[in-house]
Every structure is written in C-alpha cells, then in structure tokens.
Design a protein around this ligand. Structure first.
Ligand code: SF4
Length: 238
C-alpha cells in the first residue's frame, strides 16, 4: 500500500497493474506514464510496464495499516478490465471484506462489465464503488453504476472535458470533479463545474472539487468560488 497526494483518499493499493485506453479521458493516462517510469527504474511489480498484470501476492500479504484508512483500489489499473477474471475480482472483494476497518474505494471506467459482474460479487459495507466519466459520451456508465448494491456509489468526473447538462445523479452518493493535470492537460472551464456542484447541493449529495488542473498545481488549485469543497459521504473515515 502506498501513501498518495490524492485528497479524497489516504493511500492506494494495486492488486493489478496496467490497463488499455477506452475513451477520451484516457488520452493522457497518469497510470500509464507512471508504470512506464517504474519499469525503467527496474521495479519488479512493473516488469510488464503498462500491460495488464495480476498480482496475487498482494492478496497474501496483510494490509500495512491497522488503523482505519480510505484506500483507493487500483489507481494504476482498472478492476473491471476484461482481462481480469471474475475469480480474481472475487478474491479482491473477499480480501476487502476481511479488512472491515478500512474503506475501499474501487473506481472503474468499465461500467458495462461492472454491471455484468456485480451480481456475482459479495458487496460489503466497506466497499465503495466509483465510476469515472469525462464527457457526455461516457454518461451512460452512471446507469451501470446504479445497478450495483454498493453502500456508496460515487462518480468521479475527472478529467472533466466539457459541459454535462444531461447528468443524472439519482442513486449517487458522492461526486468528485477535477480538471486534467500534467504537461498535456486539456483545459477545464469552471462554468462546466458549477452546474454539477449546484445539482449536488440541490440533491444533498456530497461534492468534492479536487483541482482546476493544468501543467502545475497553482495556489488555489482546489478553490471554487472562494471555497474548498471537500465533502464526503457520512460514513467516511477522513
Ligand atoms: S481506464 Fe484509467 S487506468 Fe485505464 S487507460 Fe484509462 S485512465 Fe488509464
């Protein structure tokens, strides 16, 4: 498990690494960049670079934290990638269930496979399920998310690439929004963010504004209309 600078979690845990791009939000994938860098550095876990790789050894080890943490699962991969067998995902879910002091935040872009496999998984209250969307074309993934019985269903809208007037947050318990970061960051207009925040306020959904995005983190990177929006669902740990 690794500490992270991501503000909506405490640490990351990657029982798989690697992925393949599926939509516009993947264009400047941070995980791909990091995986290739780690391979060049000779890190054993990244011997396959960004090719999808299972790490069953991660399921043998005890999690390094005893005190409760929020844990982002598969920051370097996508748990519902088609090359990850259901049996392995089931093992990961069993592992998470056995550490009930922690909250595991699973995030995917593969909404269709999530919906397909969800009935075969044992959902425990410490497993939050998240779906990433970036533009209008990706919105149907939220319908896939709604079919899961996760206690917290969250939507991560990062990188936000355009306005989303057709967003429907019915059945959603948490919303995260962020702009793209890094040298090739595509700009985000705060006027795309405001209607999302306002809809969250109207529907009483916790809203988390992660960052404006851009090449480098600037002063006030997480301020929207004079305020930091770091809201969490009621049963969070932070
Ligand atoms: S789904 Fe996520 S990890 Fe996979 S390529 Fe896209 S951005 Fe990268």
């Amino acid at each position: 498990m690794n500490k992270t600078k991501i503000d909506w979690t405490d640490c990351t845990w990657n029982p798989t690494t690697g992925c393949t791009k599926i939509s516009a939000g993947c264009a400047n994938c941070y995980a791909e960049l990091m995986a290739k860098r780690c391979k060049l550095m000779g890190l054993k876990k990244y011997r396959n670079g960004f090719d999808l790789t299972l790490h069953p050894d991660m399921l043998d080890k005890k999690l390094s934290y005893r005190e409760p943490k929020m844990i982002f699962v598969n920051s370097m991969s996508d748990m519902f990638h088609k090359e990850i067998p259901l049996e392995f995902i089931d093992e990961v879910f069993t592992y998470m269930r056995r550490a009930p002091q922690h909250i595991f935040q699973v995030l995917t872009k593969r909404g269709d496979r999530l919906e397909e496999l969800s009935p075969y998984l044992f959902w425990h209250d410490n497993i939050w399920m998240g779906l990433t969307v970036e533009n209008e074309q990706a919105l149907s993934r939220i319908d896939n998310l709604r079919t899961t019985p996760a206690i917290v269903r969250f939507v991560s809208i990062e990188p936000l690439l355009g306005p989303l007037p057709a967003l429907n947050f019915e059945g959603i318990n948490w919303v995260i929004v962020g702009g793209e970061s890094g040298p090739k960051a595509r700009p985000m207009d705060l006027d795309w963010v405001r209607p999302i925040r306002d809809k969250c306020i109207e529907m009483n959904i916790p809203f988390f504004f992660k960052q404006k995005g851009g090449f480098r983190k600037q002063e006030g990177y997480n301020i929207l209309d004079g305020q930091v929006w770091h809201q969490f669902p009621p049963n969070h740990i932070k």
